[in-house]
Write a protein that binds this ligand. Sequence first.
Ligand SMILES: [Mn+2]
Length: 310
Amino acid sequence: MTLPEGWLGPEQNFLGIDEPWCHPQQAGVYVLPVPYEHTSSYVSGSARGPSAILEASRQVELYDEQLGSETYQRWNGVATAAYLDLAGKVDKAAVDSIEAFVRPHMKPGRFVVTLTGEHTGALGAIRAHARRWPNLCVVQVDAHGDLRQAYQGNPYSHASVMARVVEEGLPLIQVGIRSISPEEINLIRSTKTITTFFAAQILDPAGPYEGRATKWVPEVVKACSGPVYLTFDCDGLDASLVPALGTPEPGGLGWYDTLTLVTALAEGPGMIGMDVSEIAPIEGFVAPQFAIARLIYRILGRVRTGFDRH
Ligand SMILES: [Mn+2]
């Protein structure tokens, strides 16, 4: 059985998965690399994020000692598609292309992970999932609100991506926010479908939840009205854990807080898809992309297989 055209083998794929486990006919997880970058406003380089994550992932231990199993086997494998070539498309045309790329890959029993560059790329993946799951809610881990109507004149800026999601009527739950404008605060206050958990509110030991994930994570879960689509901007994590970012911010989520959150989402409302964005690799410094590759694998270990057959 040879790997069909358009799919990556163990030298290039997520986790370095051997045949036949990397075959799209068999695998229950699809990883879709979409290296889109057009509107980076501070540090550029997120177009190289997906390839850096794939490269680092091949060093991730496949056994999950917390679960006592090898996650990729539980899913019958993980297949990685060849990188989407956007052929110079930007803004709406790029988002439309990403949606068209993701949509046909969605099937019952399959979990799709989209790896994008800047956060705008996530919009195509979110739209593809929302067509299949009209009752989904979007959980956004992010330092920034991303709720500006437009930024630098562009409604498809990375700083506006969640405003586009809210416009479509999808419920939005934001976690880890700590960099936001008055315009966005007004939108949050005036929009019933947005729930925001600010970083200072959940992570500060002097805050209402004493900075303890066991206290604030159940509140996030309670806010979820349906199955969860996770849009994970890596700057939601603390910049000391993942400094290779387009817009790094201190004061973010730690490793174990993040694991507690994703575990509760997967076990509670259920997770039906995810994307990861905004890693801008620093030459010779692999820890950030390795942490993200590891996090994706830990999440796959916690997502319920066959969730959408229930
Ligand atoms: Mn973002």
